[in-house]
Design a protein around this ligand. Structure first.
Ligand code: E4P
Length: 218
């Protein structure tokens, strides 16, 4: 499973990229706005730190506008993936862009039918939003399961990005179901390796070692 960071914060990206476990980055207009800096500068800076796919989202809502914006975004760096919203205009844009060799990530996917359409339009990635579905009492993981089945039955190359991840449990379950990628907020990423029993066990090992060393006269 690949791990993307779901953030536009360059410090967090630099910090976690040092682990060597970050395969890409996803951003959206809300995450870019949170940084309060110029969109192009932010994306180009991220692309210098992470060599894997970097998702940058269009803000136009009509197909022509999305296509024009996407063509511009794709020139910012060689690893740009253009994020396109799951709308009728978005599908039209994805179809055209995939024909032009521009990689796309269809975002705001909340149903299996939406995912199927995006794959058929030639999307490189589809992003089902787990957390937002769970928030309204629906089942985000069930959607990922359905998408996995559909993509496999019809042998689509489109990859599933489990998005809107709220905690380590989401990452584990998305991995079990067979999502290709989990895009993880920095705060959640930082929790993936923590376990209270690991901390407790390590403290015990340290204490036992110190006691042993003292007995040896070291
Ligand atoms: C990623 O591609 C999405 O934009 C992101 O995961 C949305 O997450 P949220 O529901 O926490 O805003």
């Amino acid at each position: 499973m690949k791990f993307f960071l779901d953030t536009a914060n360059l410090e967090d990206i630099k910090h976690y990229a040092e682990l060597g476990l970050v395969d890409g980055v996803t951003t959206n207009p809300s995450l870019i706005a949170r940084e309060g800096k110029d969109f192009e500068t932010v994306i180009k800076s991220i692309a210098k730190v992470v060599s894997g796919p970097i998702s940058a989202e269009v803000t136009a809502t009509d197909a022509e506008g999305m296509i024009t914006q996407a063509q511009g975004l794709a020139k910012w760096a060689t690893n740009i993936v253009v994020k396109i919203p799951m709308t009728e205009a978005g599908l039209k844009a994805v179809k055209t862009l995939s024909g032009q060799g521009i990689k796309t990530n269809v975002t705001l996917v909340f149903s299996a039918a939406q995912g199927l359409l995006a794959a058929k339009a030639g999307a490189t990635y589809i992003s089902p939003f787990l957390g937002r579905l769970d928030d309204i009492g629906s089942d985000g993981l069930e959607l990922v399961e359905k998408l996995r089945q559909i993509l496999d039955i019809y042998d689509f190359d489109t990859e599933i990005i489990a998005a809107s991840i709220r905690g380590p449990q989401h990452v584990e379950n998305a991995a079990l179901i067979g999502a290709d990628i989990a895009t993880i907020p920095a705060a959640v990423f930082g929790k993936l390796w923590s376990h209270p029993l690991t901390d407790k066990g390590l403290k015990q090992f340290e204490a036992d070692w110190q006691a042993f060393q003292a007995k040896q006269g070291n």
